[in-house]
Design a protein around this ligand. Structure first.
Ligand code: G3P
Ligand code: CA
Length: 293
């Protein structure tokens, strides 16, 4: 009888002693984390501000984008600028400022000439006076404003890789978690590989036509030199995502703006979405992610 009482007392003591540990463990327990859908601000927050302007990039950071996408091209004098199109007509007032320089190709203008253009009014008069930023100005602005959002650089033309790598290196952002590269040109990604540190991802973009022909062969080729694939929204299927993941390739989808598409793709397990509205994924349960520390 006496032995049983001692044993009971011993058990109680053990329980009381371990209680704080159990409580601490319970408090620290976290539900298995939602796979993180990376939100990439497509041309900045280009649904809210003129694409590829400092305003658009600033807004993307304020909207908690995980990456800011920057399309990069070179001017006639080899300066790297943030621009999507090969010509200036859609997103600047070039036709007014230089009426006789059609077809207004970026590569036909010097940086000094580009700086005379307004890259904001076409989107909304509120943005009048925004200019075409250089890649150097984009990195400087983010640094000066202590914005710690990595860049997702797209080389829009082959041949600029060394200049891009050198510039990012100069600013100390040519490193993992500070930059990711993408291109429709495989030769551009292959040229980048030896210029960048290990761990900086390369993403091969494919167009809709390409995505519809020979998936497995295409993935096999891409897996040789890239870390992921950029797929157009209309071409994305569960099979594509499974096949790419099966080859260790990330899947990023462009351009996803509608909430129902965002929810569908996040639930499908894509790794990232390019969106003109970086403020939207956070409102969709399937895309929600752990708060930033
Ligand atoms: O990189 C995703 C997407 O930006 C590719 O298409 O034409 O918007 O540069 P585009
Ligand atoms: Ca792009």
């Amino acid at each position: 009888m006496r032995r049983i009482t001692v044993f009971r007392i011993y058990l109680c003591a053990l329980f009381l002693l371990s209680l704080p540990i159990v409580l601490a463990a319970a408090a620290a327990w976290q539900p298995p984390s939602q796979p993180k859908t990376t939100v990439i601000a497509h041309r900045g927050a280009s649904g809210h501000a003129p694409e590829h302007t400092l305003s658009s990039y600033r807004l993307a950071a304020r909207m908690n984008a995980d990456y800011i996408e920057v399309d990069v091209r070179a001017t006639k004098d080899g300066k790297l600028v943030a621009l999507h199109d090969a010509t200036l007509a859609r997103t600047t007032n070039v036709e007014t400022v230089y009426p006789h320089r059609s077809p207004w190709r970026v590569s036909d203008f010097s940086l000094r000439e580009l700086k005379k253009l307004d890259a904001g009014s076409w989107f909304d008069p509120r943005f009048a006076g925004e200019c075409v930023p250089t890649l150097d100005e984009v990195v400087r602005m983010l640094k000066a404003e202590h914005v710690n959002v990595p860049l997702y650089v797209e080389t829009k033309q082959p041949g600029i890789e060394r200049a891009v790598a050198r510039l990012l290196q100069k600013h100390g952002v040519l490193q993992r978690r500070s930059v990711m590269f993408q291109s429709f040109h495989p030769e551009s990604l292959q040229a980048l590989r030896p210029l960048i540190p290990r761990g900086v991802p390369l993403i091969q973009l494919v167009g809709e036509k390409e995505a519809r022909s020979g998936r497995d062969e295409l993935l096999q080729q891409i897996a040789v030199y890239a870390d992921g694939i950029g797929l157009p929204l209309p071409a994305v299927t569960e099979e594509w995502v499974r096949a790419a993941h099966g080859r260790g390739l990330m899947v990023h989808v462009y351009t996803v703006n509608e909430p129902h598409d965002l929810a569908r793709l996040c639930a499908m397990g894509v790794d990232g979405v390019f969106t003109d509205y970086p403020d939207r994924p956070g409102r969709i349960a399937a895309c929600r992610r752990l708060p930033r520390h």
